[in-house]
Design a protein around this ligand. Structure first.
Ligand code: DC
Length: 261
């Protein structure tokens, strides 16, 4: 005899066959059925990962962790202390200082470096130009990964970065890998900078993006790679609404599959 799952919807009741259960269990219920959920979002610079992660965290009531902001904060520290200038980084000196670098996030999501709100400073072109060098230092990465795991120990989190699904949380419940055409990304970044009153030209933004892609994906330690079990999403020509709908579908289906195992 066929069994049925009774799902209450407004304004009337609908009966779904039992075989469809995994596809109709609402996301809010799937989330409650899992203890601490980790959503790992990796991908290229400027692909909109952070906005995506922030939106998901807000929607599900999870903690949002911007791991890129942490590498940016270390870079800003290196610039402030003259450990980084003209593309030259004093790696050993910076590594020896790691225990003096305290990074946290304020309630509004702003990045705090040694008690100072550095959200604006870490988004500057100077920091963008130096961060790949800093993020390639093994000691820096080790310290950041430890911090990322500690921040997430007792919370459901959405974390975005480059190595979240591969290194930080290899057992994440949901892994996404976001890509986007470099020119589309450069235009988005240019618009953001212009809106903030920063005057830069398209070519230099594009150059910075292409260079960061190259360094991020060819560095020796934790290069940007898609985890085998990550779901790839190319959002070059997707509206925010389309992207949100696809994300909801991916997350529901992935959690439903894991919950039913
Ligand atoms: O996501 P973003 O552009 O703010 O990241 C800044 C830099 O930090 C980027 O060049 C790559 C690096 N990064 C990393 O190596 N690992 C992470 N988990 C996050 C960022």
């Amino acid at each position: 005899m066929a069994s049925f799952l009774f799902v209450k919807t407004e304004p009337k009741h609908v009966i779904f066959p039992m075989e469809m259960r995994t596809f109709v269990t609402p996301l809010s219920i799937l989330i409650k059925m899992n203890d601490n959920i980790t959503i790992a979002i990796d991908g290229v610079s400027g692909s909109g990962k952070s906005t995506m992660a922030r939106t998901l965290a807000k929607k599900y009531g999870f903690l949002y962790v911007d791991s890129g902001a942490m590498y940016r904060a270390v870079t800003y520290y290196a610039i402030q202390h003259h450990y980084l200038s003209d593309g030259e980084l004093l790696k050993n000196v910076l590594s020896a200082d790691l225990n003096k670098i305290d990074i946290s996030f304020a309630k509004d999501g702003h990045t705090i470096l040694n008690g100072q709100d550095v959200e604006k400073e870490i988004r500057s072109m100077d920091v963008a130009a130096g961060v790949s060098l800093v993020a390639a230092v093994p000691e820096v990465r080790m310290a950041m990964v430890m911090l990322q795991r500690a921040i997430s120990a007792h919370n459901s989190v959405v974390m975005d970065g480059r190595d979240i699904g591969t290194v930080v949380f290899p057992n994440a419940n949901v892994k996404l890998f976001v890509t986007s055409d470099p020119k589309v990304r450069a235009q988005r970044r240019l618009d953001e900078l212009k809106a903030k009153g920063t005057e830069v030209d398209f070519e230099s933004v594009l150059k910075n993006i292409v260079e960061r892609d190259r360094i991020d994906s060819t560095r020796e330690v934790s290069p940007l790679t898609k985890a085998d079990d990550a779901i790839e999403l190319d959002n070059s020509y997707m509206s925010i609404e389309e992207q949100n709908a696809i994300l909801d579908k991916i997350i529901s289906e992935t959690l439903a599959k894991k919950t039913s195992k």
